[in-house]
Design a binder for this molecule. Structure first.
Ligand code: ADP
Ligand code: MG
Length: 260
């Protein structure tokens, strides 16, 4: 199983949309996908048809289960090849409960290692805050996707995220490979173009070569509770994410990993 985290220390940049869309596209290619909702707001959980306020959280159980069966915490979705670790508001209390305990940064990595033969990909949809969940995601992932809204203010969140990656790399055996993905790109606005230029200047090596455009079909897809590629496969958004997936599949090469 390959583990990809989708993270940025800012909300509304397209993290959940990226995770759901990549999950849809991977599943359409026959891959078995596990999505992990690490955000206490539970957007991904709602998207996949569960209620984060009443269904309880399967990810929360992972943090409190000791040695419980990980398989029993995972739920199926209506999309055959996509399963989910659901989130709930209880996740927001984890930092207070576990913040200072040693070893709690590897709970997700440990849980996923138990089921690594059951799925081809795990996609971790991160919260916008730096806390125990983000640390778990960055410790567990093989590859990191950083969606950045194409506007000036979003670049601040990106800077914070870059500092977090540097900090996490001190604790990991190998640095986290990552790709910065400009999202919500609106070619009619100067702001989008300027933000993109700015990213090109500052992060030339880590910036994806293309962009994810603004596409109203994403709203339709989320209303339908379905990845966009299943309801509007020819939409610009779906095509752009498919291009992103192709590049990620090239970039995340297991054989390049250094075994320590
Ligand atoms: N490329 C896009 N075009 C249009 N709307 C988008 C696009 N990407 C995301 N959205 C919308 O923007 C909002 C925030 O996206 P979301 O993925 O939830 O961000 P995050 O998880 O980073 O908070 C959602 O309503 C989503 O449907
Ligand atoms: Mg989200």
């Amino acid at each position: 199983m390959r583990i990809w985290a989708i993270a940025n220390q800012k909300g509304g940049v397209g993290k959940t949309t990226t995770a759901v869309t990549l999950a849809g596209l991977l599943s359409q290619r026959g891959q078995r996908v596990l999505v992990v909702d690490m955000d206490s707001h539970g957007s991904m959980t709602s998207y996949m048809g569960y209620d984060p306020d009443s269904d309880g959280s399967s990810l929360y159980s992972l943090f409190h289960s000791g040695s419980g069966s990980v398989t029993s915490m995972i739920r199926k979705t209506q999309f055959g090849k996509i399963s989910i670790f659901t989130a709930s508001t209880a996740l927001a209390t984890l930092d207070r409960q576990l913040g200072t305990q040693d070893g709690k940064g590897l709970v997700v990595a440990g849980g996923l290692s138990q089921i690594s033969d059951d799925y081809d990909y795990a996609l971790l949809d991160c919260p916008p805050t730096l806390g125990v969940l983000m640390v778990n995601a960055l410790a567990a992932c093989h590859y990191l996707v950083v969606p950045v809204q194409s506007e000036f203010l979003a670049l601040k969140g990106l800077e914070r995220m870059m500092r977090t990656i540097t900090m996490m790399n001190h604790a990991r055996m190998s640095p986290i490979p990552y790709l910065i993905v400009p999202t919500l790109f609106d070619r009619r606005t100067r702001a989008s173009g300027q933000a993109l230029e700015n990213m090109k200047e500052r992060y030339p090596a880590a910036l994806w070569k293309s962009i994810i455009p603004v596409d109203t079909q994403f709203r339709e897809a989320s209303r339908a509770g379905s990845p966009i590629s299943l309801v509007a496969s020819r939409s610009r958004g779906s095509i752009a994410y498919n291009e992103l997936l192709e590049d990620l599949l090239m970039l995340d090469k297991p054989d390049l990993e250094v075994v320590a």
